[in-house]
Design a protein around this ligand. Structure first.
Ligand code: RRO
Length: 306
């Protein structure tokens, strides 16, 4: 494997060694399709230092009706609606392919109840191919409208129930649509979470110019991209100053300087999301830019929180 940019100094995330700090945001890079399209060149020049899967649920889901995307100034609104093969389909078909990637694997899971989450954590956590579990308690696009992670008490009850079910690190993915994301992060930490990732997308909507009716099949969606970066940076800073566990910061990161900003406010790792739709190798470019910035600063930064 060639040298991956961003690897000037490696790091540890929840006890797992990573060659650098750049991850993908869940659902923003289809590594299985990319492997099919680019062949083993993808593995030789993999854009991320750990890979986060698209969120899976217990039952298979078709996702929301189209249209599913709307471009905003400096951003994107998605209403994808969690299409996935379900737990059994993921374990049988996708996990063996994701295990071929040259970096540690984080599997993102979402349940419509604590029992569903428990089943997902037990089954996925038992697989040796999986290094981390991400609990997506923050999807904006489910028809129930329930976002477990918007409430500190609900989040704590979920993490308390899940904690004994696996020894794998549990990363809790937070919504920016909570009143106080730092309070939710603190509750998750108290209940046994190993790391926090944020932000998921901000609730948004767009109207069809022709009809004046909602453009997205799901009615509303989640806003991402540079448009949300300043909001994300503030929320990541607030969370990182409240908890002692590592934080994976994301929200509109499109350059090494953006990544450096998220590290500067206390992130241990960063994730690239919407930018990968524009350029599938963005993670690699951002890692290289980050290396260059660290070299310019003459810093041997360990990418860890102070
Ligand atoms: O699939 C989606 O619509 C979706 C998910 Br699971 C999520 O966590 N965040 C988002 O913006 N879209």
């Amino acid at each position: 494997m060639s040298t991956i940019p961003g690897t000037a100094v490696g790091l540890e995330l929840c006890g797992v060694a990573l060659a650098g700090p750049v991850l993908n945001g869940s659902g923003t890079f289809d590594a299985i399709a990319a492997h099919r399209a680019f062949g083993d060149a993808l593995l030789e020049r993999f854009p991320f230092h750990a890979f986060v899967s698209k969120t899976i649920t217990v039952e298979p889901r078709e996702g929301n009706s189209p249209p599913r995307l709307w471009e905003t100034p400096a951003g994107l609104i998605n209403s994808i609606g969690l299409p996935n093969k379900g737990l059994e389909g993921f374990l049988a078909q996708d996990l063996p392919l994701l295990a071929e990637l040259p970096v540690p694997l984080m599997v993102s899971v979402m349940g419509f109840s604590r029992d569903e989450l428990a089943l997902l954590v037990e089954r996925v956590g038992a697989r040796e191919e999986v290094a981390f579990l991400e609990l997506n308690v923050s999807c904006p696009n489910v028809e129930t409208g329930l976002i477990m992670g918007a409430d500190p008490g609900e989040t704590a009850r979920a993490v308390e129930r899940l904690r004994p079910l696996t020894e794998k690190p549990l990363v809790v993915k937070l919504t920016p649509n909570a009143v106080d994301p730092a309070a939710v992060a603190s509750s998750a930490e108290g209940a046994g979470a190993d790391a926090i990732s944020l932000i998921n997308t901000l609730k948004g909507m767009a109207l069809s110019p022709g009809t004046g009716r909602p453009w997205l099949g799901g009615g509303t969606g989640g806003v991402s991209g540079p448009a949300v970066r300043a909001v994300a940076l503030q929320q990541v800073a607030a969370v990182a100053s409240r908890v002692d566990i590592p934080v994976i910061g994301m929200g509109g990161i499109a350059s090494g300087q953006d990544a450096l900003d998220f590290l500067a406010v206390g992130s241990t790792c960063v994730a690239v999301g919407t930018e990968s739709f524009r350029d599938p190798s963005a993670g690699r470019r951002i890692g290289a830019e980050l290396d260059a910035l660290h070299q310019q600063q003459g810093a041997k930064r360990a990418y860890r929180r102070p």
